[in-house]
Design a protein around this ligand. Structure first.
Ligand code: MLT
Ligand code: MN
Ligand code: ZN
Length: 313
């Protein structure tokens, strides 16, 4: 299995267009060693020819332009073609879904998502209704809802990859009918197993909490690619950027707070060969490659995803 990190930033990317915080300004001025990042999305392939997108970021045009693996092929019968064969959505957040609009010039989109996400994308943020006037979407329901907290599924054209969607703690978007009370399927993690070698990826760019269930799946993975949004619980408040805590935004920060263990502790409790953080918010000090926070991650064998990173679990 091949994984291509198309975008490693959280909503807004890095630097964020309207932000003059120490990190965003430092990146613009070249005062920090810090790479710009587009909004989070990855592509997965078994053969390097056909690709599945996990989330469709608003930066999708730039992301495809920057990655030749996703360019149209010369040998197609048509001059217009794409190696992107399907899209799987982890939730209905703006930074994960609005890139679907950027695919409208192509063929009908094979879309894999939970019932809640299809609901959000036809009500609060009716992108799928809009797309009916362009390429259209073919719906593949991933049955994580109600009591069903996980579901295995296949994607046509990827016979050697086995996908499992897992309901995880998180937040539905502000325009969702479930914003105040999360239901199963608002947020999923994905386990992808390559059945030719048994290697497993655990992907969860938005993870609010790691309980026993999540930890069990994470311990079974060879590669973790997980929520790296915030370093600390009150990081946005401390920098004067927002009055919301990490918990209120549905993200588990990297370091422990008085109330809970952090993602670093969680990752230390797993044996995965690759431990990688993705969906890094522009307020997170780990964006600065010279930071003490970055050294702490390195000491624990934890990597920070960057746009263009290629991973083979
Ligand atoms: C989040 O995951 O909390 C988002 O990145 C917020 C956003 O997209 O505005
Ligand atoms: Mn996000
Ligand atoms: Zn900033």
């Amino acid at each position: 299995m091949k994984i291509l990190v198309l975008g490693s930033g959280a909503g807004g990317g890095f630097p964020q267009w309207n932000c003059n915080c120490r990190l965003c300004a430092g990146q613009r001025q070249g005062a920090l060693t810090a790479h710009a990042r587009t909004q989070s999305s990855i592509a997965v392939s078994a053969d390097g020819e056909s690709w599945v997108l996990l989330n469709a970021s608003p930066d999708i045009g730039t992301q495809i332009r920057n990655h030749p693996q996703l360019h149209p092929r010369r040998h197609g019968e048509s001059q217009r073609n794409t190696p992107i064969k399907a899209v799987v959505l982890m939730d209905a957040q703006i930074d994960h879904v609005t890139g679907l609009l950027g695919l409208r010039e192509g063929p009908c989109i094979d879309l894999y998502a939970t019932p809640c996400v299809f609901e959000d994308l036809t009500t609060g943020l009716p992108l799928l209704n809009v797309l009916q006037h362009y390429c259209g979407t073919r719906w593949h329901m991933v049955p994580v809802a109600g009591d069903q907290s996980s579901a295995e599924f296949e994607i046509a054209g990827f016979p050697t990859l086995r996908f499992t969607a897992i309901a995880i703690p998180g937040k539905a978007p502000p325009y969702s009918p479930h914003r105040r009370e999360q239901v199963a399927g608002d947020n999923i993690a994905l386990v992808i197993e390559d059945t030719t070698d048994g290697r497993r990826l655990f992907y969860s760019p938005g993870l609010a909490e790691v309980g026993d269930q999540e930890l069990r799946w994470m311990r079974d993975a060879d590669c973790l690619l997980v929520d790296g949004t915030f370093w600390a619980e009150d990081e946005m408040q401390a920098a004067g950027l927002s009055d919301k805590s990490a918990a209120e935004m549905g993200h588990l920060p990297q370091i422990a707070s008085a109330s809970r263990a952090g993602m670093v502790d969680v990752m230390k409790a797993t044996q995965a060969q690759r431990k990688v953080l993705i969906h890094i918010n522009n307020s997170n000090p780990i964006l600065d490659e010279g930071s003490a926070q970055r050294r702490l991650l390195a000491a624990h064998g934890i990597e920070v995803a960057y746009d263009g990173m290629e991973i083979t679990p």
